[in-house]
Design a protein around this ligand. Structure first.
Ligand code: FAD
Length: 451
């Protein structure tokens, strides 16, 4: 059994920042284990902007945000084991933790003083949601649909109903629309939208996609492929939507089934601890777990009792606290939505402030006022998409280098669908000068061949 000081499970934003922080603090014997062939986790498929606003003060896409941490990870000195899945984490009888890993060379076991679990979460599927009806093809989770479109350039359907208004569902509603599919509605059982206000505004309101709150799917129909769904509201009124695709975006559960309970020296961070709204907070959570782990290792070495600074091992309590916070936030948002005041939701940062549509007040900072004034006169958005690479089935993700008028989004997508880039294009390269407007460039946000 190979010995390591610390093992980090997962190389998404949480695992990458935990490993880098440990190396920065002087730890030299760190192994990062990742089941995919490259680091990045969910960020690889999130080609939209909205990342890095609090951490870097920049509005980055997922691949751009990933690139920053990926570079730091490769330079950190941590050992990296890819295409390897952690199957089991248990306490060793002699102290320490045993981690069993399925690697391309077969099953391997490691013993370490500490493990940082940064394995993210997975989506809940139809079985969990208990939706009645037949079992045709054409039902996807939002994350799967996102990976198919953004990593494989595969369209999932033409007429789509989305179940659940979590952020992934909202972001995909916009993406489906931009790629020419029709999103008939988003069905949400709660009284208000589940995702961030910023995403509701940018992804649904911008494209006139109806959000049916206090409603649920009562039946899915179809033999080979989905044919229609019935949506029932809380008064029992039913509507049938003829669609070929249902996309589920109704919850995430922690990917922690491989870890035993109450293991001394096991720390949690990122989405496996609880679902974070922002990757920026996930990265901070990774650093906090690294600091707790360092404190634990030093206490153990000096024979002192360990006092956690960030409670990254007190998982149940942290999750409980988060539940209360979410419930409180929902209540506040419900109250605001019922106040009936006309407002513009600021999308300059994740706060999603409600700016009064007449007086332009109500923002937590002065960006809100400027945003609301521009939004009334000439609303603009950054456009992100994928472009085919010449003579191959590969794609790369792209963005406009500045916000473009909202009214030009669909026309821009038509141009993008007809474009091809040369192989070997690098992240940051200009893919098209004077794209859609004289002063707008289209920029690659990942390089050809990057995973
Ligand atoms: C659709 C979508 C849109 C989002 N939009 C935004 C946004 O606009 N702005 C923003 O700030 N944030 C956004 N986020 C949130 C952010 O991307 C996530 O919160 C973040 O990626 C979670 O990071 P993580 O490291 O905890 O988990 P992940 O990114 O899921 O990484 C976990 C890693 O662990 C690996 N792993 C899992 N199990 C094992 C195992 N047994 N063995 C080895 N490896 C394993 C996985 O392969 C993965 O690489 C979005 C998320 C999604 C899904």
């Amino acid at each position: 059994m190979e010995r390591k000081e610390v093992i980090v499970v997962g190389a998404g934003p949480a695992g990458m920042s935990a490993a880098v922080k440990l190396c920065d603090m002087g730890f030299t014997d760190i192994l990062v284990i990742e089941k995919e062939a490259s680091p990045g986790g969910v960020l690889r498929q999130c080609i939209h902007p909205g990342f890095g606003l609090t951490r870097f003060g920049k509005n980055l896409t997922g691949p751009e945000y990933k690139a920053v941490d990926e570079k730091r990870l490769y330079e950190s000195g941590a050992e990296l084991l890819f295409s390897s899945t952690v199957m089991d984490i248990r306490q060793s009888e002699n102290g320490g933790i045993i981690t069993s890993v399925h690697t391309p060379e077969g099953l391997k076991e490691y013993v370490s003083d500490a493990v940082i679990l940064a394995s993210g979460c997975r989506e809940t599927g139809r079985g969990f949601l208990e939706i009645p009806g037949s079992r045709p093809a054409g039902i996807f989770t939002a994350g799967t649909a996102q990976a198919m479109m953004n990593l494989k350039n595969t369209k999932v359907g033409e007429r789509i109903v989305i179940v659940g208004s979590g952020d992934i569902g909202l972001i995909m509603a916009r993406r489906f629309t931009l790629e020419g599919s029709q999103v008939l509605c988003v069905v949400e059982k709660a009284e208000i939208c589940g995702g961030l206000e910023r995403n509701r505004k940018e992804c649904l309101e911008d494209y006139n996609i109806p959000l049916l709150t206090s409603s649920a799917i009562s039946c899915i129909k179809g033999k080979k492929r989905v044919n229609s769904v019935t949506v029932r509201d809380r008064n029992g009124e039913e509507q049938e939507f003829f669609c070929d695709t249902v996309v589920l975006s109704a919850g995430l559960v922690p990917e922690d089934g491989m870890a035993g309970k109450d293991i001394e020296g096991l720390f949690y961070c990122g989405n496996v601890l609880y679902v974070h709204d922002l990757a920026d907070d996930v990265s901070v959570s990774g650093e906090e777990a690294a600091i707790d782990t360092a404190g634990y290792l030093i206490s153990k070495m000096k024979g002192r009792s360990f006092d956690s600074k960030y409670s990254s091992f007190n998982v149940d309590a942290v999750r409980e606290e988060r539940k209360e916070y979410i419930a409180q936030r929902k209540k506040e948002r419900l109250r605001e939505s019922k106040s009936g005041k006309k407002h513009i939701t600021c999308i300059m940062c994740p706060n999603g402030c409600r700016i009064d549509a007449e007086s332009f007040t109500g923002g937590r900072c002065n960006k809100g006022e400027n945003y609301a004034r521009n939004e009334k006169l000439d609303p603009k958005r950054i456009l992100t998409a994928v472009v085919r690479v010449k003579d191959s089935s590969d794609i790369i993700s792209v963005r406009t280098d500045r916000p473009i008028p909202k009214s030009l989004m669909m026309e821009s997508m038509k141009l993008i669908r007809g474009m091809e880039v040369s192989s070997g294009v690098k992240a940051g390269d200009t893919v098209a000068e004077s794209f859609i407007l004289e002063d707008v460039k289209l920029i690659a946000t990942c390089g050809h061949g990057s995973k």
